[in-house]
Write a protein that binds this ligand. Structure first.
Ligand code: PEP
Ligand code: MG
Length: 583
C-alpha cells in the first residue's frame, strides 16, 4: 500500500482499478509483429497517414477562413511532408522488412529525420524540427487512437491515471465508467479541475509522478476531498474509504434536501441569485434540479469538444437553442469563446507561443480573427430571440478592446437586420473582470459594459503571478491574498454604486468558505459549478448581510492570507456544521 498526496479538486471517493494513459510524449517501446500481421499493420499505418492528412486539410481550410498567409502555409508544408517518400515509403518498408510495429517504425524514422536537423542549430531548421515533431505526434495519435476510444467505451469502472487530461479528453470521459481520476500535473482552478467538478467525478491533480507510480490494474483509492490517493490499499483501508464515500454521498443528499427547503434570500431577506457555470448544455438539467436561477457562465469554447472543428453558426445556434429550451425562460449568459493557452490552442491551430497565458488568447484572438467572433455573435443574437440572453466578453484588459468587440457586435446586428434574420437587438453585452488592469480601472468600464462578472481563476493567477495549472506553485494560489480581496471589493463596490449587475463566476464563488466574504463585500449574484449550488444556497440562507459585511471588513483589514482563510473557514463551519452535514 502506498499513500500519495495531491491537490483535491473534486470531492467524493472513488475505488477502482487504474487505467494508465500514455502521455502525449508517446514513449514507444521497441516491438515487433508476426509475418502474418504485416498486411494489416501496413493498412493501419496507411489509415493513420490518411487520417492525419484529412485532419491537417481541415485545419488548413479553417485557418484559411480566419487567417491569411503564413499560418496556412505551415499546414501546406505539413501536408507535403506526409507525402514525402521518407514517410510514405520508408515507414512501410520498416514494417515489412524489419517487422516493426507501425508506432515503432514511425518513431525510428522520425528520429532519423530530426536528429541531423537539430545538430545544425539554425533557427530555420529548428522550426522544421518542430513541424516534424508535430506530424509525428499526429501520426502516433492516429495510430494509438484506439486508446482515446477506450476512454469512451469502457466495460468496467476505472480510475483514470494520466499525466494531464486535455479539456477534450475530460469532456469525452465515460462518466458511468470513470470512477475518478488522478494526474501528475494541474492546479485547483485548472480546467481539468473545473471539468471534474462539472462531471461530478472525484479527482486529485498535481501528484507529480503518479503515472509512473501506478501500473494498469493496481487498485487506486481517490479521496477528492483530502487529496489523498492510495495505491493497492489493505482491506482495512479500503473499508474505511468505502465508508467515507458513503458519508460523502449522504452529505450531498442532506445538502440538496436542505437547499430545497432553504429560502432564496439571506437570513435578513436580501435577495441572492445563484447561477450555474456550465461547459455543456447538458449540465443545465442538474443545474435546474439544484435550483439554479439561470446560467451565469457558459464556457462556449467547449462546443469545440463536441464538434472537433470550428463550429458553424448553425451548430452554435443549435446548442444555444437547446440551452434555452432547458432553461424555460431563465437567464443564459454566453461567454464568447475563450481560446488559447491551456484551452484548445492546438485544436484551433494556434501557433505555439513563448508565453501563451500572456499571449494572443481569448478576446485578443477574437479581435485578431474577427470572423471567428462574428460567426458566434450571429448565433448568440439569433438565439437571444428564444429567451433572456446576455453576451459576455472574456479577458478584457482595456476599454479599447471592449469597444472594438462591441463595434463588431453592432456590425453584426446591422447585418442581421439588413438580412431580415430573426434576432434580438437589445442583448446586454458585458465583460469578465479577470485581468488586473480591468479590475484596477473598473470606473472606466462602467459606462460601456452592461454587466460584469469577476473571473477569480484568472484574476488570482495574473494578480499573484501564479500559474493556475502548475502544481509546484499551487500553495501560492491564494484567493485570500489581501491584494485579491482589495480588487474584488473595489470592483463589487464600484459596480453596485453605478447600478451595474456584478457577479463572481470563478471557482471561488462556489466554495462555501468564501461565500460570506463575497456577500459581505456586497455581492448578490454568484455563478458556480452546479454541484456547489445546494451548499451555497443553504449557507447563504443562514447568514445576515450585516454579519457578512462585518466579516468582510475584518478580513479586508488583515494582512496574511492564511489567517484570513482560517477566519473564513471557522465561519463556514459555524454555518454548515460538520455534525449536521457530515464529511
Ligand atoms: C475565471 O477565470 O475565473 C473564469 C471563470 O474563467 P475560466 O475559468 O474559464 O478561465
Ligand atoms: Mg478566465
Amino acid at each position: 500500500m502506498e499513500i500519495k498526496n495531491g491537490i483535491p479538486v473534486s470531492p467524493g471517493v472513488a475505488i477502482a482499478p487504474a487505467l494508465v494513459l500514455d502521455s502525449e510524449s508517446f514513449r514507444i517501446p521497441r516491438r515487433f509483429i508476426r509475418k502474418d500481421e504485416v498486411e494489416t499493420e501496413l493498412k493501419r499505418f496507411e489509415l493513420a497517414r490518411t487520417r492525419a492528412i484529412s485532419e491537417i486539410t481541415d485545419i488548413r481550410d479553417s485557418v484559411h477562413s480566419i487567417a491569411k498567409g503564413e499560418v496556412g502555409l505551415i499546414f501546406e508544408a505539413h501536408l507535403r511532408m506526409l507525402e514525402d517518400p521518407l514517410i510514405r515509403a520508408e515507414i512501410p518498408e520498416k514494417i515489412k522488412a524489419k517487422r516493426y510495429t507501425p508506432e515503432y517504425a514511425v518513431s525510428r524514422v522520425f528520429k532519423k529525420i530530426i536528429k541531423p536537423m537539430k545538430e545544425i542549430h539554425d533557427p530555420y531548421f529548428l522550426q522544421r524540427v518542430n513541424d516534424f515533431y508535430d506530424i509525428q505526434k499526429r501520426l502516433l495519435r492516429n495510430l494509438l487512437g484506439q486508446r482515446a476510444l477506450d476512454l469512451q467505451q469502457l466495460d468496467r469502472k476505472v480510475v483514470v491515471v494520466a499525466h494531464d487530461l486535455t479539456p477534450s479528453q475530460t469532456a469525452t470521459l465515460d462518466k458511468k465508467m470513470v470512477a475518478g481520476f488522478v494526474t501528475d500535473v494541474g492546479g485547483a482552478t485548472s480546467h481539468t479541475a473545473i471539468l471534474a467538478n462539472a462531471l461530478g467525478i472525484p479527482a486529485v491533480v498535481g501528484l507529480g509522478t503518479i503515472t509512473s507510480d501506478v501500473s494498469g490494474g493496481d487498485v487506486v483509492i481517490v479521496d477528492g476531498k483530502s487529496g489523498r490517493v492510495i495505491v493497492n490499499p489493505d482491506d482495512a483501508t479500503r473499508a474505511k474509504y468505502e465508508a467515507r464515500g458513503q458519508e460523502h454521498a449522504d452529505r450531498e443528499k442532506r445538502l440538496v434536501d436542505a437547499a430545497a427547503k432553504a429560502s432564496r434570500t439571506t437570513a435578513d431577506d436580501a435577495a441572492v441569485s445563484l447561477y450555474a457555470n456550465i461547459e455543456w448544455d447538458s449540465e443545465i438539467e442538474q443545474a435546474r434540479k439544484y435550483g439554479a436561477d439561470g446560467v451565469g457562465l457558459f464556457r462556449t469554447e467547449f462546443i469545440y469538444a463536441q464538434f472537433g472543428a470550428h463550429p458553424t453558426e448553425e451548430q452554435h445556434y443549435e446548442v444555444y437553442r437547446r440551452a434555452h429550451a432547458m432553461l424555460e425562460g431563465r437567464l443564459l449568459t454566453l461567454r464568447t469563446m475563450d481560446f488559447g493557452a491551456d484551452k484548445f490552442a492546438a485544436e484551433v491551430g494556434l501557433e505555439p507561443e513563448e508565453n501563451p497565458f500572456l499571449g494572443c488568447r481569448s478576446i485578443r484572438l477574437s479581435l485578431r480573427e474577427p470572423k471567428l467572433l462574428i460567426t458566434q455573435v450571429r448565433a448568440i443574437l439569433r438565439a437571444a430571440a428564444l429567451g433572456p440572453t446576455r453576451m459576455m466578453l472574456p479577458m478584457v484588459g482595456s476599454i479599447e478592446e471592449f469597444r472594438a468587440a462591441r463595434q463588431i457586435v453592432n456590425n453584426v446586428l446591422a447585418d442581421l437586420k439588413r438580412e431580415g434574420v430573426a434576432h434580438r437587438a437589445d442583448v446586454p453585452v458585458g465583460m469578465m473582470v479577470e485581468v488586473p488592469s480591468a479590475a484596477l480601472s473598473i470606473e472606466h468600464f462602467l459606462a460601456d459594459s452592461d454587466f460584469f462578472s469577476i473571473g477569480t481563476n484568472d484574476l488570482v493567477q495574473y494578480t499573484l503571478a501564479v500559474d493556475r495549472n502548475n502544481q509546484y506553485v499551487a500553495n501560492l494560489f491564494k484567493h485570500t491574498n489581501p491584494a485579491v480581496l482589495k480588487l474584488l471589493s473595489g470592483v463589487i463596490k464600484a459596480c453596485n454604486a453605478a447600478g451595474k449587475p456584478v457577479s463572481v463566476c470563478g471557482e471561488m464563488a462556489g466554495e462555501a468558505r468564501y461565500a460570506m466574504l463575497l456577500l459581505g463585500m456586497g455581492l448578490r449574484d454568484f455563478s458556480v459549478g452546479p454541484t456547489s449550488l445546494p451548499e451555497l444556497r443553504t449557507l447563504l440562507s443562514r447568514v445576515t448581510t450585516a454579519e457578512a459585511a462585518a466579516l468582510a471588513d475584518k478580513a479586508l483589514a488583515m494582512s496574511e492570507a492564511d489567517q484570513i482563510a482560517a477566519l473564513l473557514d471557522a465561519e463556514a463551519d459555524r454555518l454548515l456544521p460538520p455534525d449536521e452535514f457530515g464529511y
